[in-house]
Write a protein that binds this ligand. Structure first.
Ligand SMILES: [Zn+2]
Length: 165
């Protein structure tokens, strides 16, 4: 397997920047490369689409509009909680705007950031922090191999850079 295609295990080095400001929001530089199984929704769709067909050693740079990245912000993802629910947290650290916490929801733990704090309530934003933003990626393919049958059926990579089980 010598190009990025469905059911390839791809190792890439990448840097993500916000095109408006040039701010780096994420990068694998100085770390191990990111390893993912192509075609199994492990990555945002736009990233995989832009990298399809790339060879080892090839670098691609592209900008994704929000539709192909983390989507648009949705106001229904903003909600308020009684501040008293966070008394245990608040005993440890002051609640501040911009802070990230995790709420225990019916469908499991979900992270949110604090939009506002007042006497009685906190306003929680469950939108992804990159929702509504265009993102520029520069990514280089470091290694490629075919996934084995178990990886394809599990929908993730096993071993180095992947799931150990
Ligand atoms: Zn597995």
């Amino acid at each position: 397997m010598d190009t990025i295609q469905n059911n390839a295990v791809a190792s890439v080095h990448y840097t993500g920047t916000l095109p408006d400001t040039g701010e780096v929001f994420d990068s694998s530089e100085g770390r191990d490369p990111l390893v993912f199984l192509v075609g199994h929704r492990q990555m945002i769709a736009g990233f995989e689409e832009e990298m399809m067909g790339a060879k080892v050693g090839e670098r691609r740079t592209f900008t994704l509009e929000p539709e192909r990245a983390y989507g648009h912000r949705q106001e229904e993802n903003v909600t308020t909680f009684p501040r008293a629910h966070f008394a245990a947290v608040e005993a440890e650290v002051p609640l501040e705007v911009g802070m990230t916490l995790v709420a225990d929801m019916i469908d499991g733990p979900r992270p949110f950031s604090i939009l506002a704090v007042d006497e009685e309530t906190i306003t929680a934003d469950f939108n992804h922090q990159l929702a509504g933003k265009s993102l520029t990626f520069s990514a280089e393919v470091v290694e490629l191999r075919a996934a084995d049958e178990t990886e394809v059926s599990h929908g993730h990579v096993h071993g180095k850079g992947g799931v150990i089980h």
